[in-house]
Design a binder for this molecule. Structure first.
Ligand code: NAP
Length: 277
């Protein structure tokens, strides 16, 4: 038997029982023959800081942080990546050997790498990008597109003020348009990304004219329940390139696994199947 202590990580959120992260990280631990555990922990708002410090003191390597704790987690950390600062929220914490808490946000990384893994010739910065939504996920996607060289990112949001607030952090590479201009804008965009929670069923389908979408577009939907959202059904029917939200979810987990467990995990069809069960 090995004398090495098992490596530990967690995901902190509220609610947390729906999270696919434990299944994913424990699959990767097994795949890499690493002795370790990744556990879900339900954390109330006022307990986040003490929970993070307790995990650190108990020898955990780090933790993912999910709704509703992503903004507060960034405040609690001692250091953070530029992308986490730009987004204003963290989803990955690493406890360093020097005893500090390092915060990162890997959603944008997951978004970009999910597309690149399926469409290796995709150039994120080519043409205009339309981002639907202006919440936390939208901030990560917009920051990632800009970081990848995009010079025209159009944000549409039901509450336009929230989109304007997002735009105000950037220069003229980010513009805001009215939701009512959706069908004109989709005709001109190379990338169309849904970061809203719309599309989970027919009642919440995005009101978009399928024929208006440019045939050159690449469509991404961040929603992954169901895997095939209304928007992705349109893409399939029109034979337009698309990626689903499960791929992004898996890719965003890679940097955390590397930091805590020291190996780069593989993204396999088996893993996708496991997460869909
Ligand atoms: P959030 O901060 O709460 O933002 C929600 C967004 O959805 C806002 O833009 C909101 O518009 C919009 N919205 C909600 N209901 C709407 C409706 N009925 N009509 C029009 N717009 C509506 O949430 P988030 O963290 O950005 O997450 C958004 C979605 O992305 C969720 O479904 C989440 O599961 C998914 N996500 C997926 C991944 C992944 O890895 N695949 C990662 C992160 C998030 P208002 O501002 O007008 O309210």
């Amino acid at each position: 038997m090995s004398n090495k202590k098992p490596l530990l990580a967690a995901v902190l959120g509220n609610p947390i029982s729906h999270s696919k992260s434990p299944r994913m990280h424990n699959y990767w631990l097994k795949q890499n023959k690493i002795e370790g555990y990744y556990i879900p922990i339900k954390v109330e708002d006022n307990k986040l800081e003490e929970t993070i410090y307790s995990l650190k003191d108990m020898g955990f390597s780090g933790a993912n942080v999910t709704i509703p704790h992503k903004v507060k987690a960034l405040d609690i950390a001692h250091q953070s990546s530029k992308r986490a600062q730009d987004i204003g929220a963290a989803n990955t914490l690493t406890f360093t050997e020097a005893g500090s808490i390092y915060a990162d946000n890997t959603d944008g990384y997951g978004f970009i790498n999910n597309i690149k893994s399926k469409y290796t010739d995709w150039i994120p910065g080519r043409g205009s990008s339309l981002v639907l939504g202006a919440g936390g996920a939208s901030r990560a996607v917009v920051a990632a597109l800009l970081e990848q060289g995009s010079s025209d990112v159009i944000v549409l949001n039901r509450t336009i003020e929230r989109a304007q607030e997002l735009r105000d952090k950037y220069d003229k590479r980010v513009r805001v348009e009215k939701w009512s201009s959706l069908n004109e804008i989709v005709a001109t965009c190379n990338n169309i990304i849904n970061t809203t929670s719309l599309g989970m069923n027919d009642e919440t389908a995005i009101n978009i004219n399928p024929e208006a979408i440019s045939e050159k577009a690449l469509i991404s939907d961040l929603v992954y329940t169901p895997l095939e959202t209304n928007l992705l059904k349109i893409a399939k029917n029109r034979k337009i390139r698309f990626v689903d939200g499960l791929g992004m979810l898996i890719h965003q987990g890679v940097p955390g696994f590397e930091a805590w467990f020291g190996k780069t995990p593989l993204i396999t069809e088996d893993l996708r199947e496991l997460l869909l069960q």
